[in-house]
Design a protein around this ligand. Structure first.
Ligand code: CP
Ligand code: NVA
Length: 305
């Protein structure tokens, strides 16, 4: 049966542990050419730098090749119904990597495609980013257990995947968001259920200092995600007290690492000083997209014995 990766919860804890170990091996140059002649469609409704480049290179380095399909070319759901696009692409390629506005579009794609569908970012989740982030934490801290990850900012797609993956992997997760921009209750409930099994905690506050206190990892993302551009002025005001700057970071542990999925808006959610500072691992995160996606493609597309 085909495997899809729409949410981090499509994976189990063992899958994620294996992915991270394989990504580390691949980063050292191991396990090449696992997907000879496989074809992957990159079906994107939104712009991208990291996701597009890292998936293209991941597939190429595994011996396959990618086709990039821009919004103008396909007109997903407009020029042609989503289900028909899924069925047509399934006749050509081995996997569809899709970046969409609505998560429902991904669910329809996966429901109609006979090949695997991977979420390259939707309004709900960004699972490949969270996996790369956990690889980055593992590399810098040597472990995931007993880590405190403080996310400061919008309860968005990136925050949702991080909360769920933290719950699954036993990382203590805390989010500080202003009223009206918190993570939804369903995600918090699901993340807490998993955290109860893994022995960690998932909490929410509106106080960024409280969240960051004693944190091993401080993470932020844009205040205005793709598709919300009209709300940017209102969001700048709502999030003004949530900037990650050196005085906020001073409340974290002295060996804290700063993380951001990028693209960053210097002087908004993070200062240039923090982004370029000694604690920042943001470009390691960007690089790790490549390694973790190679491991994910292998896990999803190579049938288990
Ligand atoms: N972090 C991330 O997904 O970047 P892109 O939007 O450039 O792909
Ligand atoms: N939350 C951001 C992430 C960009 C990688 C967005 O959806 O635009």
């Amino acid at each position: 049966m085909k495997k899809d990766l729409l949410s981090v919860v499509d994976l189990g804890r063992g899958d994620v542990e294996q992915l991270i170990e394989q990504a580390l091996v691949m980063k050292q140059g191991g396990m090449r050419c696992l997907l000879p002649w496989r074809s992957v469609a990159l079906l994107f409704e939104k712009p991208s730098l990291r996701t597009r480049v890292s998936f293209d290179l991941a597939v190429t380095q595994l011996g396959g090749h990618c086709l990039y399909l821009s919004p103008q070319e396909v007109g997903l759901g407009q020029r042609e119904p989503v289900a028909d696009v899924a069925r047509v692409l399934s006749r050509y390629v081995d996997c569809i990597v899709a970046r969409v506005f609505s998560h429902d579009t991904l669910v329809s794609l996966a429901g109609s495609a006979s090949v695997s569908v991977i979420n390259a970012l939707s309004d709900l989740e960004h699972p490949c980013q969270a996996l790369a982030d956990f690889l980055t934490i593992r590399e810098h801290k040597g472990r995931l257990q007993s880590m405190r990850l403080a996310y400061v900012g919008d309860g968005n797609n990136v925050a949702r995947s991080l909360a769920l993956l933290s719950g699954m992997m036993g990382v203590d997760f805390v989010i500080a968001a202003p009223a009206g921009f918190a993570l939804d209750d369903g995600t918090l409930r699901r993340a807490r259920e998993m955290a109860a099994v893994a022995g960690s905690s998932v909490t929410a506050t509106s106080d960024p200092v409280e969240a960051v206190r004693n944190a091993d990892v401080v993470y932020t993302d844009t205040w205005t995600s793709m598709g919300q551009e009209k709300e940017a002025p209102m969001r700048r005001e709502a999030f003004a007290a949530y900037q990650v700057n050196s005085s906020l970071l001073a409340h974290a542990r002295s060996d804290v690492i700063f993380m951001h999925c990028l693209p960053a808006h210097h002087g908004e959610e993070v200062t240039t000083e923090v982004l370029n500072g000694a604690s920042s691992v943001v470009f390691d995160q960007a690089e790790n997209r490549l390694h973790v996606q190679k491991a994910a493609l292998a896990q999803i597309l190579i049938p288990a014995d």
